[in-house]
Design a protein around this ligand. Structure first.
Ligand SMILES: [Zn+2]
Ligand SMILES: [Zn+2]
Length: 239
């Protein structure tokens, strides 16, 4: 399976990430990617002060070293009503809007509460990807999350960083596999995201790919295989 894009990477604007947009793009060109998402953490993440950063993202070229740069953000879900820290200075719809649950921004709730947080976030017009769903800290009702994603035109991310053995989100493999099984049964696409916080992690989907293979997950349901397919599915909310 040839993967040509990585929608979820961070730059130094996330503070706990350590590469520039240019370094991310240069490396992505070197490994043959066609598109990357720059999705830095929105302002509620401790240490991040990105309100003005998002305001001027249009200054970033559409292409760097031949790689398409799609600027977006990773929003923090702040409560079970699905409110987020979407920087309002950004006047347009985000090309990539990832909504995620992060420990510093929301304490884990019950299955019902965590599920409500994701489902409510999906209803926001800026959100088109749910980042790292199914991590052990935030148990969710998988059927409800998958059916809501389909209804709200959101894509569920298979997060490589969550599958790295010994990683800080380890232990969610079974849940992530179950998300893939449900999406396969529903014939609904997923997207793989590296969640790279350093450029050398971009485009590395080793553990995700192994899981896709084990589950015989259809290649035609992997958005990373085509830039056109990725955009078509991601931007359905705009229509
Ligand atoms: Zn995240
Ligand atoms: Zn991230």
């Amino acid at each position: 399976m040839k993967l040509v894009l990585d929608p979820h990477t961070h730059s130094i604007a996330s503070v706990h990430a350590y590469s520039t947009i240019a370094e991310n793009a240069r490396y992505s060109a070197d490994i043959g990617l066609e598109l990357i998402g720059i999705t830095d953490h929105a302002p509620a993440m401790p240490g991040v002060n990105t309100g003005r950063y998002f305001f001027n993202l249009r200054a970033v070229p559409d292409f760097l070293f031949g790689v398409e740069i799609m600027c977006g953000a990773e929003f923090n879900i702040l409560n079970f009503e699905g409110e987020m820290d979407i920087p309002q200075e950004h006047k347009e719809t985000y090309d990539i809007g990832i909504a995620s649950l992060h420990r510093p921004c929301i304490a884990p709730g019950s299955v019902e509460e965590n599920t409500a947080a994701l489902v409510n976030a999906m209803k926001n017009p800026h959100v088109n990807i749910i980042g790292h769903p199914g991590e052990p800290l935030y148990p969710i009702d998988l059927r409800e999350v998958v059916s809501s994603a389909i209804r709200e035109k959101c894509v569920l991310e298979i997060n490589e960083a969550s599958l790295i053995p010994g990683g800080f989100r380890a232990g969610g493999e079974e849940t992530i596999a179950n998300i893939l099984k449900l999406c396969k049964a529903e014939n609904y696409p997923v997207v793989l995201g590296s969640d790279a916080h350093f450029f050398t992690h971009i485009g590395n989907f080793e553990n995700s790919l192994r899981m896709l293979e084990e589950l015989e997950f259809p290649e035609k349901l992997v958005l990373n295989t085509s830039v056109a397919f990725f955009k078509e599915i991601l931007w359905r909310k705009r229509k």
